[in-house]
Design a protein around this ligand. Structure first.
Ligand SMILES: Nc1ncnc2c1ncn2[C@@H]1O[C@H](COP(=O)(O)OP(=O)(O)OP(=O)(O)O)[C@@H](O)[C@H]1O
Ligand SMILES: [Mg+2]
Length: 592
């Protein structure tokens, strides 16, 4: 049965057409994927479904009823929950509190009934804590229950967000980029988790993500948006091979490209730093020129509150070198960048940049010396327009205004959006602004945390090429990246982080050859997004579902004993359980 039915949806923001004539069906029990380039309208569609914005045209029906006049809380009550592209947890509450609050809200408890200890209240409390416990268990969050949400690594926070959505007893969960910022191991875990969640909590899902290893593996069916319109739709293998989708979004497949390991230039240790007028005129240039070492970190430790996150970090970046920091999430890479750029104070050790001791210096001073840091959170001012944001960067670098055009050449999308406030841009467009701004300041060292996060595959590819360009121009780059293979393809050298320290350092070329080292011992192997998905017969309406997926859907609808009996019979008869189930369903259909 169609659970969510969208017809001819249109949304305009002033002159920008964010959605045009979009129609989409989501069946009960399905995980439906929604993919497309940055700014294609995916988050806008989510906002229409959850009621944050009202479409200009079109209709949305949920379980047969129109949502037209339903405000967001009414939609939540009817069973639509969502997670956000930018995490929106209550940071100063514990994980458990984050889950309990929506449960309490739904159960309509109030302080009066609590104070009087009314039976209803006691019952509601028990039910709430039981549900919270079930969610913590299913999402493997038990050991974090009493930790403050803000203190947790992004990967765990994303899981808490999913938990909070589930706490609202939803029938449909809208997931906006749940894999953003997750490492390969975590993404693989999430893929399994989503299937478990569907079965355990009987929810359907609409999933937006740029990580194809997740989308292709978990979705039953996929819609592709481009420029606000439906460009293509179908099962994962169909969409993956659709030329239109390849051209607009996926780009030509890269694995071969990466396998081929293009010859990478020898580490460029430029002892001469370009003496362009934008460079700060300090003796730093002279010192760096003499030593070739731009950044040197020795014995650094840092952390938050009483938690020490990194210790004994020793790391160098030569002028003009590209260095990658890789390692599982929570290994301390982001904290290392933060302690270098002055966002947090190192607790021990020394950081020198271009011959200056910058240990514990203020971020402004460090950035004036030519060290730019693009943090995970992008650090943009939401009300400033794109053009003003970039113009400020050019001014700060004492550059010429025409240089803006160069940035627009790299990101033509930003030129179209130049008068728009940065805060209203799509997630990927904001990431482009952060990159463009850093490029315009022409730093001597650019530290980028998760460059690929939230960006469409084609753009990610372009950005990695750009890193090459930086090197040619003499800008050094220190990358923190979850796309390990792409990072190693451009890097000269890499540090592998493990549990807050550097476990291994090697030339990137060596790591590229010794794939076992990174995939096996440190990072967990990345799921193969190109793995073929077996497709069973036509199962539910217009969607064909894979065998195990069908069984999962069935398991929501039939008692466990029936499902088990079905599986046993299938095994006896040497057939797949899905095929047998379909046959039986057909029989039922005919006899009705
Ligand atoms: N309030 C607004 N005012 C003007 N334009 C807007 C506003 N909100 C969104 N847009 C534009 O609408 C388009 C669609 O944005 P949306 O956030 O839906 O994209 P998306 O598909 O989610 O992209 P991403 O993958 O980058 O997150 C974008 O070009 C964006 O700049
Ligand atoms: Mg978005």
């Amino acid at each position: 049965m169609t659970m969510l039915r969208i017809r001819n949806l249109g949304v305009r923001f002033g002159g920008v057409v964010a959605l045009h004539d979009v129609s989409l069906d989501l069946n009960r029990g399905e995980i439906l994927g929604l993919i497309g380039p940055n700014g294609a309208g995916k988050t806008t569609l989510f906002n229409c479904i959850s009621g944050l914005i009202a479409p200009n045209e079109g209709t949305i029906h949920f379980e047969g009823r129109s949502l037209r006049f339903a405000p967001p809380h009414e939609r939540a009550r009817r069973g639509i929950a969502r997670t956000f592209q930018n995490l929106q947890l209550w940071g100063s509450m514990t994980v458990l509190e984050n889950l309990q609050l929506p449960i309490d809200a739904i159960a309509r408890r109030n302080t009066l009934s609590d104070a009087l200890g009314l039976p209803f209240s006691a019952y509601a409390e028990r039910a709430a804590s039981e549900r919270a416990r079930a969610i913590l268990h299913a999402l493997d969050l038990g050991r974090y229950r009493d930790r403050l949400a803000a203190d947790l690594p992004a990967g765990i926070q994303r899981r808490v967000e999913l938990g909070r959505a589930l706490a609202m007893r939803p029938k449909l969960v809208l997931l906006d980029e749940p894999a953003a910022g997750l490492d390969a191991g975590e993404t693989e875990h999430l893929a399994k988790l989503l299937h478990t969640v569907r079965e355990r909590f009987r929810v359907s899902m609409l999933l937006v993500d740029h990580d194809m290893s997740l989308v292709m593996r978990v979705c039953d069916y996929i819609y592709v948006l481009d420029f606000g319109k439906v460009l293509s739709r179908g099962e994962p293998p169909v969409v993956r091979n659709d030329q239109k989708v390849i051209a607009a979004y996926l780009g030509e497949p890269t694995p071969e490209l990466l396998e081929a390991s293009p010859p990478v230039p020898e580490p460029v240790i430029t002892t001469t730093i370009p003496s362009a007028p934008h460079l700060p005129r300090t003796d730093a240039v002279e010192v760096a020129r003499a030593t070739g070492t731009l950044l040197e970190v020795t014995g650094m430790a840092a952390g938050y509150g009483h938690l020490e996150v990194i210790r004994d970090i020793n790391l160098t970046v030569q002028a003009g070198e590209v260095v990658a920091c890789i390692g599982a999430n929570g290994a301390g890479k982001t904290t290392t960048l933060r302690a270098i750029s002055g966002v947090i104070r190192p607790r021990a050790g020394r950081v020198t940049f271009g011959g200056h001791d910058i240990t514990g210096a203020r971020p402004e001073r460090i950035s004036r010396l030519g060290l730019a840091h693009i943090p995970e959170g992008r650090g943009l001012f939401p009300r400033l327009s794109v053009e003003d944001t970039l113009r400020l960067a050019v001014d700060a670098a004492a550059g010429k205004p025409e240089r803006l055009e160069a940035a627009y050449d790299v990101f033509p999308r930003l030129k179209q959006r130049r008068r728009q406030a940065v805060g209203t841009l799509s997630g990927g467009e904001q990431q482009m602004v952060a990159m463009a701004r850093a490029i315009l300041t022409q730093p001597r060292l650019l530290m980028i945390d998760e460059m690929s996060q939230g960006l469409a595959p084609t753009i990610v590819r372009q950005l990695f090429q750009m890193v090459d360009l930086f090197r040619e121009q003499g800008t050094a780059v220190l990358l923190v990246e979850q796309f390990v293979e792409s990072a190693l393809a451009v890097a000269d050298r890499a540090y592998i982080f493990e549990h807050g320290s550097i476990a291994h350092e090697a030339p990137a070329e060596e790591l590229r050859r010794d794939r076992g080292l990174i995939s096996g011992s440190y990072l967990g192997s990345a799921p193969d997004s190109t793995e073929a998905i077996e497709v069973a017969a036509n199962g539910n309406g217009h969607h064909r579902v894979t065998d195990p997926q069908l069984m999962e859907i069935l398991s929501m609808k039939v008692p466990a004993e029936v499902k088990r009996a079905l599986e046993e019979r299938a095994e006896r008869e040497g057939r797949s359980a899905g095929a047998l189930a379909l046959e039986l369903l057909e029989e039922v259909n005919h006899s009705q």
